[in-house]
Design a protein around this ligand. Structure first.
Ligand code: GDP
Ligand code: PGA
Ligand code: MN
Ligand code: MN
Length: 603
């Protein structure tokens, strides 16, 4: 029995023995002033947002109902891949693409960091469910956190509180996810507006399905249902159980003949998922509706097709570049309010502003809380600044977005941000070739992770920072799933690049709503209705094969965007070889064969 009495600890709204024991253990370790079980109610939202306003963390927006502006500590603005660990029992199971530490060693280090780390703060217990609440097997988790910002963000991003806790039957399994800002308060010590710790760890224990996060309050480091659970831990579950947990948007595309298709697309962070998910087609008669903008869980249905579900409940979208011209649906979604904005600029009349929104106002408060004018040298908003908004209020959400059955996927797109080499669109020859495309995907680094931006790196299936196990085993899992299913029932795989540049560095393809032309071509390929040319890297359309009616762009640019350039591809081969060498023995034979075939075709 414990000697410690912490207010609230005894008032648990559940009898789930394992959950109660864990909450007790964490409370005794971290020593919060009180324990509060999050219920997900409006009252809780109001109370916590007010608390954040009083603390100076939030500024209520006058121009958007029930919405708030926040600026993080300038050192806590993105995912920290350097500090992210996969602590599998065997190092080999984390593989060359992950940081690894022995689980007991990591737990020893982090236990000392957690000791007393919630002193002076409230410890919140957030029961949550990733994916629909009425799923056959609801995917449960509990995040413990000492951050009110995390609690209110989880209100938007997950199904949480009382409705999730109701699913915790006696023997219900759940993923325990422990988070602390690592910023205890001594008696009388004044809090800062964005508490965090210089020391950060984002640790995953794949065998025991646990998450331990310390020191950061931002995004994927702190909202543990997202990247930590729904990608890193879920990818391990998916490997063991024969499904896929992927960094993919899910959209519904309806043709003028009223035929609906579902498409999933994996692009690295800040490479266009949210924009494509909410696309407004520029071609008449075609319609896009949104199911998800970041994560897809895909399982085989009884009919042998791959069905996708979005585990999330909100969008955590990149703000800069979002505008009525590029992503009007995101703008309409956030205009309804009930949203959080972090690290964007604040206007004098109480609205948000960021780069890409047109003419800047004469004066702003920047994300660094400094005066900002159009003459300022610095950006008003951090490049990884985000809006956080409920899917529910997106006008173009597909009616089936919350259906536990999921939606059957017809096409998978892989894509990256490459100034050269990768054509606008390439169709794979088959699943195994498509898996090769995904496994060798490359992209220029962006501001979504701390580190240098614009450096080309391999980002397999856009999952480099999110594969919870050995990348070679992950490739094998993709190969195996393709063998398990009927070839004609598998989604067709395409490789896209919206970001190829001309000699003068401008983008060759206008992108955004115009990407509907590529979606149309892909669907018509599946239907056997559109043409393509076979090249050593796959099937590529000519400009004439695409519907370019009404497109305001020089045809030479489109041709340059579509070009297969053998020299550029020959230069790519050593990079792919280097990449496979890094992964090591576990690269599937099928993918090595694909590489050999590619080399032969390139001559
Ligand atoms: P996500 O992080 O993968 O969801 O990417 P977003 O959709 O939020 O986009 C990230 C950045 O890329 C934003 O600044 C967008 O404006 C920009 N972007 C998205 N789609 C396109 C496109 O088709 N062409 C170009 N040039 N930029 C795009
Ligand atoms: P996104 O998601 O950049 O893919 O939208 C957040 C992240 O990956 O950090
Ligand atoms: Mn993401
Ligand atoms: Mn996004």
């Amino acid at each position: 029995m414990t000697a410690v009495t912490i207010p609230g600890l005894e008032q648990a709204p559940t009898n789930h023995a394992r959950l109660l024991a864990w909450v007790q253990e964490v409370a005794e370790l971290t020593c919060p002033d009180e324990v509060v079980w999050a219920d997900g109610s409006q009252g809780e939202w109001d109370r916590l947002t007010q608390k954040l306003v009083d603390a100076g963390t939030f500024v209520p927006l006058k121009k958007k109902p029930n919405s708030f502006w926040a600026a993080s500590d300038p050192s806590d603005v993105a995912r920290v891949e350097e500090r992210t660990y996969i602590c599998s029992v065997r190092e080999e199971d984390a593989g060359a693409t992950n940081n690894w530490m022995d689980p007991s060693e990591m737990k020893a280090i982090m236990t000392e960091l957690y000791r007393g780390c919630m002193r002076g703060r409230t410890m919140y217990v957030i029961p949550f469910c990733m994916g629909p609440l009425d799923a056959e097997k609801p995917m449960l988790g509990v995040e413990i956190t000492d951050s009110e910002y995390v609690v209110v963000s989880m209100h938007i991003m997950t199904r949480m509180g009382t409705k999730a806790l109701a699913l915790f039957g006696e023997d219900a399994d759940f993923v325990p996810a422990l988070h602390s800002l690592g910023a205890p308060l001594e008696p009388g010590q004044e809090d800062v507006q964005w508490p965090c710790n210089e020391t950060k760890y984002i640790s995953h224990f794949p065998e025991t399905r646990e998450i331990w996060s310390f020191g950061s309050g931002y995004g994927g480091n702190a909202l543990l249902g997202k990247k930590c659970y729904s990608l890193r831990i879920a990818s391990v579950m998916a490997r063991d159980e024969g499904w896929l947990a992927e960094h993919m948007l899910i959209l519904k595309l309806t043709s003028p003949e009223n035929k609906a298709y579902y498409i999933a697309a994996a692009f690295p962070s800040a490479c266009g998922k949210t924009n494509l998910a909410m696309l407004e087609p520029t071609i008449p008669g075609w319609k896009v509706e949104t199911l998800g903008d970041d994560i897809a869980w895909m399982r085989f249905g009884e009919d042998g097709r791959l069905y996708a579900v979005n585990p999330e409940n909100g969008f955590f979208g990149v703000a800069p570049g979002t505008d009525y011209h590029t992503n009007p649906n995101a703008m309409r979604t956030i205009a309804k309010g009930n949203s959080l904005f972090t690290n964007v600029a604040l206007t004098d009349d109480g609205d948000v502003w960021w780069e890409g929104m047109g003419e800047p106002p004469a004066h702003l408060t920047s994300w660094k809380k400094q005066d900002w004018t159009p003459d300022s040298e610095e950006l008003s908003s951090h490049p990884n600044s985000r809006y956080c908004t409920p899917i529910e209020q997106c006008d173009i959400k597909a009616p089936e977005w919350d259906d536990p059955k999921g939606v059957p996927i017809s096409a998978i797109f892989f894509g990256g941000r490459r100034a050269t080499t990768i054509p606008l669109v390439t169709e794979s020859r088959d699943w195994q070739h498509g898996t090769f495309m995904g496994a060798t995907l490359s992209s220029e680094t962006t501001a979504a992770a701390v580190g240098k931006t614009g450096v080309v790196r391999r980002d397999p299936m856009a999952m480099l920072p999110f594969i919870g196990y050995n990348a070679g085993d992950y490739f094998q899992h993709w190969v195996d799933l393709g063998k398990r299913a009927d070839a004609d029932k598998l989604p067709k795989i395409f490789y896209v690049n919206w970001f190829r540049r001309g000699d003068d560095k401008r983008f060759l393809w206008p992108g955004f709503g115009e990407n509907s032309r590529i979606l149309k071509w892909a669907i018509e390929r599946i239907e056997g209705k559109s043409a393509a040319t076979e090249t050593p890297i796959g099937y590529i359309p000519t400009a004439a094969d695409l519907d370019l009616e009404g497109l305001d762009a020089p045809v030479e640019d489109i041709e340059a965007a579509l070009e297969f350039n053998a020299d550029e591809w020959r230069a790519e081969i050593p990079l792919v070889e280097e990449w496979f060498a890094k992964i090591g023995d576990k690269v599937p034979t099928t993918l090595r064969d694909q590489l050999e075939t590619l080399k032969q075709r390139l001559g």
